[in-house]
Design a protein around this ligand. Sequence first.
Ligand code: FES
Ligand code: FES
Length: 152
Amino acid sequence: MLSLNINGRDTEIRSDPATPLLWVLRCELKLTGTKFGCGIGVCGACTLHIDGAAQTCCTKPVAQLHGVKITTIEGLEGAEARALKAAWTRIDVVQCGYCQSAQLMAASALLKHNHKPGPADIDQAMTPVVCRCGTYPRIRDAIYEASGQTRR
Ligand code: FES
Ligand code: FES
């Protein structure tokens, strides 16, 4: 049986090894914070962390993920995550909320590797995650606030 490390725990997976990680998380493990948008790797709604990097998971068969560390929104923790969640709340970033797990996963991966991101860094990190509600300006403000920078 395949075992995956998810949110710090080794977890046995019963699904077919060809199943994309997104569906194993949502259907088998009931970790529904990671969202389905397009299913073809272009909208970013299913963004999570694989070995600390923000990646989509709707096209990644679980068979390819043995031995890596997977973090979902349910397991997101640490100083950057706390700062981002606080800024997200204070600035009231969220509208419908559908994309916001992915936005936080992308933003936390960014801050983990770049404590003071500039506009181009933020654009590069956040552009892959589509927000149909257009919360981009507030996402940007929240990332500045979480990283202790003045808004630009
Ligand atoms: S659902 Fe995975 S990128 Fe759109
Ligand atoms: S908050 Fe609605 S899609 Fe982003």
